[in-house]
Design a protein around this ligand. Structure first.
Ligand code: GLC
Length: 755
């Protein structure tokens, strides 16, 4: 139990200058202390998959000189686990290490949607889908905060590229924002209550996220009920007065008093109410109370955390291909295996930038394979290529010779350091040429190739995957990933990862391709809702490996889907699903049962299918279980900017349940009835919309048929034409013969006031 000294309410005794100082960092990572008031400083630091605690006195922005901490798999890997319980455990471990390092807020998880596979920070993020992002991030937040350490959900919002990230304006329509780019944040905030949210660098429709009242106050606080603290991304605030007024509470890092002085001046000039500062100070003090801990932090069991990192890496890896069931390899067999690729010896296990962790130790796949191999297995190693990307004929020849002399070749490929990072985006999806050449030449001398990938952002596989009977996507698998690879290849762990991001055939096929990364300060989200599989499935485009895909060493059978429509209450369950899942294969395995919904009769365009629920379930061979899902009214709804709310329309909904967005095993169509959706009317509404209104329609029809408008209404052809006419135009064109009295009567009748 964390004793919490009460500083809440102390803001009343603070001077204006002290209040302003509290809203601005005192250092790179520390908040301001006011000792006379008992207000302590706390430390906030990165990062989503490991604690980056700089050693005292280190250069503040160093990315290398931090204290050792467990480097867990990065977001792209954890997102591929689809395992809520696992992520809660990882979050708790991160919290324990944060607490032990004197860190009060851990700056993560990052949940920006993977709008393009080129985004340099996709390695840090979870998915192309807001349901996967939201559910997994909520688990991470719960885990971190279970230890008395705050999480910081980031980067709020629409920070989906690195190019020009500090200035670019994401031009996004509201429905797309709500359904795609905000939905994950909304889920985490309403289900896991992160103690802080980090406002992003970029603009949204022209307004910086850190100064965006609609985003930080109207949506985040009024609509979603967020009660925590909003912290800026580091250096995201250009106008502290506008930021605090919009709902930002803490600007980081320190501006050495400059921002505080501007806040004081704004209050003294009457441009900013002091009560706005009081509000932000109260949120900071509440955070201090939440993170206060009188008991000494428990010692951290780094061995246990390393083991957890290994389990997480194994749960996150995705078996993309396994022709002839080449995997798992029998470690006890009398066999020769060539381990090829510098990554087996020098693993790439995390990304670059602010999330970089100094690991407590690093397992290499080569050592782990040697350790796991039985005495009858001979393992050879050849680097195959240089991480510099420069061709090296000697390394190539050596690797080809090793492959030729072995029955199986395990080839480690991936993106070298420097090919993806915070701060810049990629320009293509290819693996380095030296690696592709290596694979090509090995394939000439060995037909039993296992390719193991280490990459944060998706790489294209279409041009080379046929060369490898098996392909295991390991992502950036953290410090224990080498051991996890050995566990998976030798079958000690059955792969259970699923793609949380589609692997497209080509970059040109990606929905954002023509609008990424934008230019001249703006990036248009022209693909709207159609991100990732929402696009590929809606246009029936072939992909290399679909969203939700992942193979196992066992097989599963889906049967007996039953869908029951419940009487939908506003926030209750609308459809209850139950099905039977059975393990029909030889070994225990975990299946991710995925539920997709398609609205067949919407009045607006909607993606063909959208993931609305999932469960990861472990079954022994021959075991079966009943799986149940409740889909809520919200799960079936779309966001309507006209209504300013989520809308459920009556009609048929196609429910698909399966093992990926393209491997749908069961289907049902349910008919959902919901109250008629009455579009709010205004003078901009068309005549047709007015006529369709259940109350206004009959009255207007009367006005048109019997009043001066009857001549028009009598001629069906003319009538069809005027249906699309905005009402204000009809009134203007009727030269007063359609008097606005009738419309005012309508307005009263339908509680609509003509603008
Ligand atoms: C960085 C990142 C953010 C990080 C912060 C502190 O620029 O955008 O994710 O937490 O600054 O390092």
């Amino acid at each position: 139990m964390h004793e919490r000294p009460k500083t809440a309410g102390a803001e009343a005794a603070l001077s204006l200058e002290e209040k302003a100082a509290l809203l601005c960092g005192q250092g790179t990572w520390e908040t301001t202390a006011i000792p006379r008031s008992g207000i302590r400083s706390i430390t906030l630091t990165d990062g989503p998959h490991g604690v980056r605690r700089l050693a005292p006195g280190t250069e503040t922005f160093s990315f290398d000189a931090s204290e050792p901490a467990t480097c867990f798999p990065t977001g792209a890997a954890l997102g591929s686990s689809w395992d809520v319980d696992l992520l809660d455990s990882v979050g708790a471990a991160l919290g324990r290490e944060s607490r032990a390092a004197g860190v009060s807020v851990l700056l993560g998880p990052g949940i920006n949607i993977k709008r393009s596979p080129l985004c340099g920070r996709n390695f840090e993020y979870l998915s192309e889908d807001p349901v996967v992002s939201g559910h997994l991030a909520a688990a991470l937040v719960r885990g971190v905060q279970s230890t008395g350490v705050g999480a910081s959900l980031k980067h709020f919002a629409a920070n989906n590229q690195e190019t020009d990230r500090m200035r670019v304006s994401a031009q996004v329509d509201e429905r797309t924002l709500r359904e795609i780019y905000l939905a994950g944040f909304e889920y985490v905030i309403t289900q896991a209550a992160p103690w802080t949210v980090m406002a992003a660098y970029n603009r949204i429709n022209g307004i910086p996220a850190a100064h965006n009242r609609w985003l930080l106050s109207d949506v985040l606080r009024q609509e979603w009920g967020f009660e925590g603290l909003v912290v800026s991304d580091w250096g995201a605030v250009s106008d502290p007065e506008a930021a605090v007024a919009a709902g930002l509470d803490l600007e980081m890092p320190t501006t050495h008093g400059a921002s505080a002085a501007r806040l004081v001046a704004a209050v003294q000039a009457g441009r900013l109410e002091e009560s706005v500062l009081d509000r932000a100070v109260a949120r900071l003090l509440a955070l201090l109370d939440r993170t206060a801990c009188t008991e000494a932090s428990a010692p951290v069991d780094l061995e246990a955390h390393h083991a957890l990192a290994r389990r997480a890496a194994a749960e996150s890896a995705v078996l993309l291909r396994n022709e002839d069931n080449l995997l798992p390899l029998d470690s006890r067999a009398k066999a020769s295996v060539a381990v090829i690729g510098e990554f087996a010896r020098s693993p790439r296990f995390q990304g670059a930038g602010s999330s970089r962790v100094r690991p407590t130790r690093v397992d290499t796949a080569l050592d782990a394979l040697k350790e796991a191999a039985g005495q009858d297995m001979t393992l050879s190693f050849a680097a195959g290529f240089s991480l510099t990307g420069q061709p090296d004929q000697e390394l190539l020849a050596e690797a080809v010779a090793a492959a030729a002399a072995a029955e199986t070749a395990i080839v480690f490929l991936g993106l070298p350091e420097g090919q993806e990072s915070e701060g810049f985006d990629r320009t293509h999806l290819r693996l380095p040429d030296v690696q592709l050449q290596l694979l090509e030449e090995i394939a000439q001398v060995n037909s039993n190739i296992v390719a193991v990938l280490a990459n944060g952002g998706v790489v294209e596989t279409a041009t080379w995957q046929h060369r490898a009977k098996a392909v295991l996507e390991g992502w950036l698998h953290g410090q224990a990933g080498g051991g996890a690879v050995a566990d998976l290849l030798f079958g000690r762990v059955n792969p259970s990862g699923r793609l949380a991001e589609t692997i497209p055939l080509r970059l040109q096929d990606t929905p954002s391709h023509l609008n990424f990364p934008g230019s001249e300060g703006t990036v248009l989200y022209g693909e709207r809702l159609y991100v990732g599989y929402r696009y590929y499935d809606s246009v029936d485009m072939p992909v290399s490996f679909p969203f939700g895909h992942g193979l196992s060493y066992t097989t599963f059978r889906y049967s007996d889907l039953r869908a029951e429509v419940l009487a939908p209450s506003r926030d209750g369950a609308a459809v209850r699903l139950r099905l039977t899942l059975a393990n029909t294969g030889p070994v225990t395995g975990k299946e991710v049962v995925q539920v997709y919904v398609g609205d067949a009769q919407a009045s607006v365009d909607r993606p063909l299918r959208e993931l609305k629920a999932f469960q990861k379930i472990e079954l022994a061979p021959g075991q079966s279980t009943t799986v149940m899902f409740d889909l809520s009214v919200r799960d079936l709804s779309f966001y309507s900017p006209q209504h300013g709310d989520w809308v459920l329309e009556s009609g048929d909904f196609h429910i698909s349940v399966g093992s990926s967005s393209r491997d749908l095993r069961l289907a049902a169509t349910v008919q959902v009835s919901a109250p008629a959706v009455v579009r709010p009317l205004s003078m901009e509404s068309s005549v047709g919309e007015w006529l369709a209104h259940p109350e206004a329609g009959p009255i207007l029809r009367d006005v048109l048929n019997n009043g001066e408008g009857s001549a028009m209404a009598a001629d069906p052809e003319i009538f069809r034409m005027i249906e699309s006419l905005p009402m204000e135009r009809l009134v203007a064109m009727s030269a007063g013969r359609i008097n606005t009295e009738a419309l005012n009567r309508l307005a009263e009748h339908t509680a609509v006031s003509p603008s």
